[in-house]
Design a protein around this ligand. Structure first.
Ligand code: F6P
Length: 323
């Protein structure tokens, strides 16, 4: 691609805390280099329909500490079709956009890949609370989400202790167990159920409770990732199987909101700035990620094909520490 002097920025898919810090970094870095920065509202929907406006450095004042995304977001069905992608590109060109920074999760990355394939330069920044993108160790929003969940589980533990109950807490994460695993370790959960591992009710739920009782444990915390199949009536099944009172709490969208942590703000600022530098230098078709703790970039087609992995070390740590 040739060096871009007008760029677009959009957020797409599920919102994540820290998206605003990334938008701010894109706009301010663009302005720093004398570029024109166009904000696109509501993700790919806004790109298709021309919901696009020029942003100044002041438009991103006082947004870094806010959750959600000031550009708003959407999941666009139209953009899954090549027709939608082409319409988006022609609208972008009408507004003079020469390259687009896409901030979102893996669904949004597929949209960015399609933009590249159809001739519109794009750079993608990983932002989803799920931390489920294979080509990066970290996605913006994850740290805030696990801290929110950690606070909730700490509170639930107080009541679990008082009543000597089993409390089941469901966390988000789509098909990934990353949130569950990290929250489980951070809150000292007895059991963590994740979609990457087959769940056997007797072996993974009932046996650890029996073993805990023998070691004088009075209450049990079970963290369940939302992607675990057949986990809807775990509380009833536990009560029926062993007569232990059980209650379920679904943390849901509380994990998606709130002021981003320092970790999320700093990664978002670094990634937003780096994305603009790439487009300014004429580099496109990239995903920005974190590898061994540092910022790196990978080809978008290659990055999207990397296989999903799970932290085996954290799985075994969680088991060792729950005795
Ligand atoms: O990808 C983030 C996430 O919050 C997942 O954890 C969850 O499965 C999904 O989005 C919920 O999506 P929606 O906002 O469409 O309900």
């Amino acid at each position: 691609m040739q060096k871009a002097s007008t760029i677009g920025v959009l957020t797409s898919g599920g919102d994540a805390p820290g998206m605003n810090a990334a938008i701010r970094a894109v706009v301010r870095t663009g302005k720093y280099y004398g570029m024109k920065v166009m904000g696109v509202r509501k993700g790919y929907e806004g790109l298709i329909h021309g919901d696009i406006f020029e942003m100044s450095a002041r438009d991103v004042s006082d947004i870094m500490h806010r959750g959600g995304t000031v550009l708003q977001t959407a999941r666009s069905d139209d953009f899954k079709e090549v027709e939608g992608v082409r319409r988006g590109i022609s609208t972008a060109r009408y507004f003079g956009i020469e390259g687009i920074v896409v901030i979102g999760g893996d669904g949004s990355f597929r949209g960015a890949r399609d933009l590249c394939a159809e001739g519109m330069p794009a750079v993608a920044i990983p932002a989803t609370i799920d931390n489920d993108i294979s080509c990066t160790e970290y996605t913006i929003g994850f740290d805030t989400a696990i801290n929110t969940a950690k606070e909730a589980v700490d509170k639930i533990r107080d009541t679990a202790t008082s009543h000597e109950r089993c409390n089941i807490i469901k966390v988000m994460g789509r098909a990934s167990g990353n949130i569950a695993l990290n929250v489980g370790i951070a809150t000292g959960a007895e059991t963590v159920l994740i979609p990457e591992q087959e769940v056997d009710f007797e072996r993974d739920v009932i046996e650890p409770i029996h073993a805990g009782h023998k070691r004088n444990k009075k209450h049990f915390i079970i963290i369940v990732a939302e992607g675990v199949a057949g986990s809807d009536d775990l509380d009833k099944r536990i009560e029926e199987a062993i007569g232990l009172e059980a209650r379920t709490t679904i943390l849901g969208y509380t994990q998606r909101g709130g002021s981003p942590t320092v970790v999320d703000r700093v990664y978002a600022s670094q990634m937003g700035s780096y994305a603009v530098e790439l487009l300014k230098d004429g580099v496109s078709d990239r995903i920005i990620g974190i590898k061994k703790g540092s910022i790196y970039e990978v080809d978008i087609f290659e990055g999207l094909n990397m296989p999903h992995t799970v932290r085996e070390d954290l799985i075994s740590l969680s088991k060792i520490l729950s005795i």
